[in-house]
Design a protein around this ligand. Structure first.
Ligand SMILES: [Fe+2]
Ligand SMILES: [Fe+2]
Length: 666
């Protein structure tokens, strides 16, 4: 069975129960109402919708690098609805477009894609029957400049929209006379899209009472439960279920400091009859939501945020207890292995391996240190949860006592799980003895769901079969989940492991690395004690790269503190001890650099993240030998006397090769 399947469909308890709203002030608690606007009464933003123009004349595309791309039509053109548009002597193609149901115009669909940095001008006219103060909400993907009746209205070309098209707009207030008006916009596409949208409202005076009175918005949904006792746990999904309370029991987050999209809890809070899920916003959130009632399609504009309650409660029984992350093999030796998994609810998990049956405690996080294994042997294992069929399996291979070993190194998986999935499948096929992940396992480490969705799930087959050593990156955000599931056992922030002829040393590059610090001393002592023919160090932050993270400040040194530490505090120690190579991620490129005196610096930030352009900062890294913008992983083959590097892209093509002598040799 697919490991992500659950054995039976859990029961959706909330169904289509409607939400109700009320307003609480220091003086009174308002009645529950069917809509937020009714509950707010005169606390609502005093506006009324005006029709947004539906028909637009669009001229483009304007290509980056051409003079026309930066040209702006004169005011007399911007104040009319032109039949044609001439820019820098070129007549632009005209597209007559109609907005969709959410007022969007998608130029990538209508004109051209890929669309990054393509520009277009859009024009439309509208008529007001009486003069009014009007609030325009303007949004785009990704840069925009607006004119009203030929005069500049708004420009965000310095910053871009800052969020997806409908996630954020910018409000602009203008006083308009009765009669006809012309809106014109220049929209420049981003890497993900090329589009614009807008809303228009008339502002009424006086302003809403919400600007002077402190209040809190509460909202709830009530649902009926039969035989609550049949459920062992509940799953609360959606922001309001996760943060709200069920039957007046405050939400208890399983691990503090994480953001949750779904939360598992005991079913004790559930009872027969009417159950209620509710949430109350604080006064700042409430004011934003009151202003947000004036938004029809945008999720937010300025300080206004449209309230979109989300929250379901699902009933779970013992049959729904399941492994949600892992298994992951987090350590391996000639005679031992360490595995960990996370279950959705607290249950024991049974590990069967090498004729043994090891049962963990009732918990959500489980790990096993399996000893007395034989060197160079393959062990098939299974994991089962309670009495259910939710079972996962894998095969771990202990390290051989001698012979060549294959190691794989990669970094920066998040936030493109599909790419990481392809790369993980390739690494799995290589069947290395160990793979080392050099940080940024996820795009947002404080998101509980990101670990499941972006790291564990795309790589479940790899993690269940190939031991994974790792170090954290900045995007892992010092997450407790990293420490619980991935940190090698018995270690704190840094680790050192002998794998065949190679010593692997993992560093948390965000630690204090100044000379005299604990970390600096630990690294020095670890390297002094190391007699391995090859030593590889892993630090998410590179010392020498051509990528944007190594950009320099006015003093000519890296701006980012962890990169500065990598170059000035860590690299000299590695050089002093003749370390073979240091691998980093952080910059989403592949690059091999040879700073004088060593060690070789390899940037391998291409497991699955968005790629950077390594040619954008010429001269930044004078020691660069090879650099590429592509997804990849590094394959190391290490024997007692020889070590080679072969870097493979997602098609399996070799993009770089190198070999290293034994330490102390020539
Ligand atoms: Fe990254
Ligand atoms: Fe990073």
């Amino acid at each position: 069975m697919n490991p992500m399947d659950e054995p039976a469909t859990p029961t959706d308890l909330t169904g289509d129960a409607p939400w109700q709203y009320r307003v609480v002030t220091d003086e009174q608690i308002g009645p529950w109402c069917a809509t937020l606007r009714t509950a707010l009464g005169n606390l609502c933003a005093a506006t009324e919708p005006l029709p947004w123009p539906t028909q637009w004349r669009v001229f483009g595309p304007l290509r980056p690098g051409t003079a026309a791309h930066d040209a702006v039509p004169p005011e007399q053109v911007l104040s009319t609805l032109p039949d044609q548009l001439l820019l820098d002597g070129h007549r632009l193609a005209r597209h007559d477009l109609t907005v969709d149901a959410a007022h969007r115009l998608d130029f990538a669909d209508a004109i051209e894609r890929p669309c990054k940095h393509l520009a277009a001008f859009a024009f439309s006219a509208f008529t007001l029957s009486e003069s009014a103060t009007v609030r325009l909400h303007l949004g785009c993907d990704y840069w925009m400049t607006w004119w009203l009746n030929g005069r500049p209205l708004f420009d965000n070309t310095a910053t871009g929209n800052g969020a997806a098209l409908m996630a954020r707009a910018t409000p602009v207030d203008v006083r308009l006379e009765a009669g006809g008006h012309v809106l014109a916009a220049k929209i420049i596409g981003g890497s993900g899209g090329w589009a614009m949208a807008g809303e228009m409202r008339r502002l009424r005076l006086p302003a809403a009472a919400s600007e002077t009175i402190a209040f809190r918005i509460g909202y709830r949904r009530s649902f009926h439960v039969n035989r609550a006792g049949q459920f062992d746990w509940i799953m609360l999904s959606g922001e309001d279920a996760v943060l709200g309370q069920l039957n007046a029991r405050p939400a208890e987050l399983p691990i503090a400091g994480l953001r949750y999209a779904r939360r598992y809890a005991s079913a004790d809070a559930l009872h027969d009859g009417v159950n209620t899920l509710d949430r109350e916003l604080d006064s700042v959130q409430s004011r934003a939501a009151a202003e947000g009632t004036a938004l029809q399609y945008f999720a937010a504009s300025g300080t206004a945020k449209r309230l979109a309650p989300s929250g379901t409660v699902t009933g779970l029984t013992q049959a729904h207890a399941a492994i949600r992350a892992g298994p992951v093999i987090t350590d391996i030796g000639t005679h031992h292995a360490h595995l960990s998994v996370r279950t959705n609810v607290p249950v024991p998990v049974t590990l069967r391996i090498a004729g043994r049956m090891l049962i963990s405690n009732v918990a959500c996080f489980h790990s096993w240190h399996v000893t007395e294994l034989s060197p160079g042997a393959a062990y098939r294992y299974t994991l089962s949860v309670g009495t259910s069929l939710a079972e996962r399996c894998g095969e771990l291979r202990t390290l051989p006592e001698d012979g060549e070993l294959k190691l794989i190194v990669c970094a920066d998986a998040g936030p493109l799980p599909k790419t990481w999935e392809r790369n993980a499948a390739r690494i799995r096929d290589e069947r290395p003895a160990v793979f080392v992940f050099v940080g940024d396992l996820v795009g947002s480490g404080r998101s509980d769901a990101a670990w499941d969705d972006d790291f564990f799930s795309p790589a479940h087959d790899l993690l269940a079969n190939v031991p994974c050593l790792s170090v954290p990156g900045n995007h892992d955000e010092d997450s407790p989940l990293y420490a619980l599931l991935l940190r090698p056992p018995g270690t704190t922030r840094h680790w050192s492991r002998r794998i065949g002829a190679a010593q692997l040393i993992g560093l948390d590059g965000a630690d204090d690395w100044s000379p005299g610090s604990d970390a600096h001393r630990w690294l020095n002592e670890s390297l002094t004690a190391c007699d391995a023919p090859f030593v590889f160090v892993f630090n998410h932050y590179g010392a020498w790269t051509s990528g944007p993270h190594l950009r320099t400040g006015p003093d000519g040194e890296p701006v980012e503190a962890a990169c500065r530490a990598a170059r000035h505090f860590i690299l000299p120690v590695l050089r002093q001890h003749g370390v073979t190579a240091v691998f980093s991620g952080h910059d989403h490129i592949y690059e091999r650099s040879h700073p004088p005196g060593g060690p070789v610096c390899v940037v391998t930030g291409g497991a699955g993240a968005y790629l950077y352009d390594p040619e954008k900062n010429p001269g930044q890294n004078p020691y660069s030998v090879v650099r590429r913008a592509c997804h990849h992983h590094c394959v190391l083959r290490v024997s007692a006397t020889r070590c080679t590097l072969d870097v493979r892209d997602l098609e399996g093509h070799s993009i770089d090769q190198a070999s290293w002598p034994m330490r102390g040799g020539d």
